[in-house]
Write a protein that binds this ligand. Structure first.
Ligand code: 26W
Length: 824
């Protein structure tokens, strides 16, 4: 029967959070939005129905968030520009933020459905490679939870990170069709579109006021269409937006004026337009000078800046105060072209004079550096740049000319300094140095861990550090305790809350320390162990169902999950496993902590050595599995397709976290933090954020090994000879010899030759030099694990003392040190 107040009724169907109200809403959405009869609905139909039901309950906060931005003209908002946002599955996180998990679970169970099953079926938008993309997502969560107005700007890749399968021990890449079923969390906003140019040429003319002007006539124009994903803060009171741009052809072709041949060409150009947002480049820490990639970067950055200028207008503010409205953060150099594009928009399009435009630009941008690896630093060949962005190259030259004039005035006669600081690299082929552009165009630059920032100042940005002391700052990375503890580890979370209350979810950095008090409480330790054990059972179950792997939860779970890279040294870990295997075979009666060594992570499709490492892990795993002599004591497995969802099951199940990169190479790491706050102890080097984690938890609660950054430099300086180590460390020599002999490749001596040869001749990442120290340390960790009570105590202390690594703390620091934004 129709009610008296149908508007009210309609609102309630979409806002009611009672179990009964939710049940009804899910059924409504199932029928009216997804178009399925209840009897015929499959799990993903139920998923869509639940997702729309949850989205409905976010919309009023979402719209209020936009209103708030428009109403408060004095507010500075963060625009976080990132080529990657690895936001992970949305349903569970949004239910948690809105605090409606239990009523939704109940509503579904009334309908004969399981929330957990539905959550496990949710496809995840893999719009990022690894750490940098996930960090962006953690920061969006913290910004919303702290009530800081923010917009994330990125690309809506049609194909995100590839799905990894393992066939015959090797990685196989499958394309990720995450949009095959509609993504229920996004709202496409046809009214928010911007036109982005590419290519073409420039010309100068004198305008009506007698000023010299430059006109860019792009060869192509592409439309950027906004797709908005809500980012709801914890508690459901604040909502920001992640705005992802999809490329579309401009539909202004006048087909009638074309003859047949040109018609075909016009359509082809439309197809090209759409390739811009087609696919994420799956390279992590390895830069490739691909024209399309520069096109992608410019596409999303230009659309985002035009969008901000539009917002500035809607707010009724003049462009002269643009920097007061927006603090733009460049997530690495991928969006650094924004510096030149904002200059072009202000000077060419809005007719501002250069000096004023430059003052605004350099008060708007800040830049985060995420890597020191030379092969990851973006630099574009000048010719390629001129082809894709001719006007921007001119602007960069002009920025460079003025910048170098200033340097020359301050340091006369130092040509070497000029050469090093120039935005253009000129020794050999000429390149545009994007880190230089980002640094010159920003008011602050930051590294992502204390050690990393020090090395930045000493190394990649040394001259800038001298030129503008104070510009380079540190903000150590953090992760969101909502997704990475509350959501992914309900067992441990419940236990924590039972002792210290719920405050840790929003004030992790202050509250979690209160757990210390319970570290030696036998009752609490028992419950802690049970929670961890249940997580191990959950992982074993997932691995069995999805990958056909057998894991024994009674063994120690010793885990290394992250992108596969030589500097992260998964092969050091494999060498350790081989050495352990040899020990067990030699002395079957030995005292040995039974363990499962778990690996996971994707290799860039073109990274030969990384793929060899995956193959080696699987080959060693097979050999060990086939040997009854070690059954039940040692196992090594590779968990396929490591992504956010799998991470949410893997981190909570880990006993030991492997953070073993060569000192000085890992900018920060964030997996180290996720493991840590889920109660794993760390075995690691003095690298990235490990250094600060160790300071927080105390040396006695951390398994430290390996050369320091300084020692690494000294060893290299002295002429490193890896062979010395293979000859003097018997277990190491033996393991390498076995790999080379074909012991793990069915007698094939060629399969792993490149790996072994590389380690014996170059070993750029000092795997062999660190082996002995690593072995000794891992032995200590294994013995420590055997003393369960003490291990549990250390595990509790680790969690209690890692409050610093909350992304809320990191965002507060950005607000204070970088953005000049007040936060409550
Ligand atoms: C241009 C190709 C390319 C693509 C991605 C080069 C470099 C990248 C990123 C910088 C790779 C990345 O994710 N870096 C990681 O960033 C994390 C967040 O700060 C850090 O925790 C990791 O140490 C760093 O490797």
């Amino acid at each position: 029967m129709a009610s008296a107040n149908s508007v009210q009724d309609c609102l309630e169907t979409r806002t009611d959070v009672s179990r009964e109200g939710l049940r009804q809403a899910i059924l409504d959405n199932l029928f009216y939005v997804t178009g399925h009869a209840r009897e015929m609905a499959e799990v993903h139909d139920w998923y869509a129905a639940v997702a729309y039901t949850v989205r409905d309950r976010m919309l009023s906060t979402w719209v209020k968030g936009l209103e708030k931005l428009a109403a408060n003209r004095n507010m500075r908002a963060v625009a976080y520009l990132s080529a990657e946002f690895l936001i992970g599955p949305q349903l569970g996180a949004n239910l948690l933020a809105l605090n409606i998990t239990e009523p939704v679970r109940g509503a579904l169970s009334d309908l004969g459905q399981s929330l957990d099953e539905i959550i496990m079926k949710e496809p995840e938008p893999g719009l990022g490679n690894g750490g940098l993309g996930r960090l962006a997502a953690c920061y969006l969560d913290s910004l919303a939870s702290l009530g800081v107005p923010a917009i994330g700007y990125g690309i809506r890749y049609e194909f995100g990170m590839f799905t990894q399968e393992i066939r015959g021990g090797a990685q196989v890449e499958l394309s990720d069709k995450w949009l095959r079923q509609k993504f229920p969390w996004e709202l496409a906003h046809a009214e928010h579109t911007h036109v982005v140019g590419l290519g073409g040429s420039t010309s100068t003319h004198v305008d009506e006021k007698g000023r010299l002007r430059v006109r860019w006539k792009p060869g192509k124009k592409i439309m950027a269409c906004a797709h908005d994903v809500p980012v709801i803060g914890h508690g459901g009171r604040e909502c920001n937006v992640l705005r992802l741009w999809r490329a579309e052809a401009v539909d202004t072709f006048d087909f009638e004026s074309f003859n047949a041949g040109e018609y075909f060409k016009a359509v082809q150009e439309k197809i090209f337009s759409e390739t811009i947002s087609k696919v994420l480049y799956p390279n992590d820490d390895r830069y490739q000078g691909k024209q399309l990639r520069l096109g992608q970067q410019f596409f999303f950055v230009s659309a985002s800046l035009q969008d901000m200028i539009h917002i500035q207008k809607v707010l009724g503010k003049p462009l002269a105060t643009f920097h007061e409205t927006f603090a733009i953060q460049l997530n690495d150099t991928h969006p650094a072209i924004g510096v030149a594009e904002l200059m072009r928009l202000l000077v060419d399009e809005h007719l501002m004079d250069w000096d004023q435009a430059w003052a605004i630009t350099t008060r708007t941008f800040s830049y985060t550096n995420h890597t020191l690896l030379p092969e990851a630093l973006e630099k574009w060949p000048v010719e390629l740049f001129a082809e894709v962005l001719p006007r921007h190259l001119e602007i960069i030259y002009e920025i460079n000319r003025r910048f170098l004039d200033e340097v020359r005035a301050a340091h006369p006669g130092d040509d070497d300094l000029l050469r090093r600081l120039s935005l253009i690299e000129e020794t050999g082929p000429r390149y545009v140095r994007m880190a230089h552009l980002a640094t010159v165009g920003s008011q602050a630059v930051n590294g992502v861990a204390e050690l990393h920032t020090e090395l930045l100042k000493r190394d990649v940005l040394r001259d800038f550090a001298v030129l503008t002391p104070g510009k380079i700052r540190n903000v150590t990375n953090g992760v969101t305790p909502r997704r990475w503890l509350a959501l992914c580890n309900p067992g441990l979370s419940g236990l924590i809350t039972s002792r210290i209350g719920e405050g840790w979810q929003t004030r992790f950095e202050d509250e979690i320390i209160r757990l210390e008090e319970f570290a030696s409480d036998p009752q609490f330790q028992k419950l802690w162990r049970e929670a961890k054990h249940a997580n191990k059972v959950r992982l074993a179950e997932l691995a069995r169902v999805h990958a056909g792997l057998t894991l024994d939860p009674e063994t120690m779970f010793d885990v290394q999950v992250k992108r596969i890279h030589e500097y992260k040294r998964q092969h050091l870990n494999v060498l350790r496993v081989i050495a352990l295997y040899n020990r067990l075979r030699r002395d079957p009666g030995m005292d040995f902590t039974p363990r499962t060594v778990i690996f996971g992570g994707k290799a860039a499709p073109g990274y030969y050595m990384a793929k060899k490492i995956i193959k080696l892990i699987n080959s060693v795993g097979q050999t060990i599995d086939a040997d009854p002599a070690v059954a039940g004591r040692l196992k090594i497995i590779f968990a396929p397709n490591f992504n956010v969802r799998n991470g949410q099951v893997i981190y909570p199940a880990a006993d030991l976290s492997q953070q073993i990169s060569t000192a000085g190479k890992e900018a920060s790491g964030t997996g180290n933090m996720k493991f840590g706050i889920n109660g794993a102890l760390t075995i690691g080097t003095l690298d990235g954020a490990n250094v600060e984690m160790l300071e927080c938890v105390g040396r006695e609660n951390f398994f430290l090994f390996g050369l320091t950054t300084e020692e690494v430099a000294q060893v290299k300086q002295a002429g490193y000879d890896p062979r010395r180590f293979s000859e003097s460390v018997p277990e190491l020599g033996e393991a390498l010899e076995q790999i080379a002999s074909g012991m793990f490749s069915g007698g094939d001596r060629e399969e792993f030759r490149p790996l072994v040869d590389n380690l014996l001749s170059r070993d750029d990442y000092l795997v062999l030099a660190d082996f002995e120290s690593y072995m000794e340390c891992a032995d200590r960790a294994a013995s420590a694990y055997a003393d369960r009570d003490n291990w549990t105590r250390m595990s509790i202390l680790n969690v209690a003392r890692l409050g610093k690594f909350s992304s809320d703390r990191a965002i507060r620091e950005y607000c204070g040190k970088i953005w000049n934004i007040r936060v409550g």
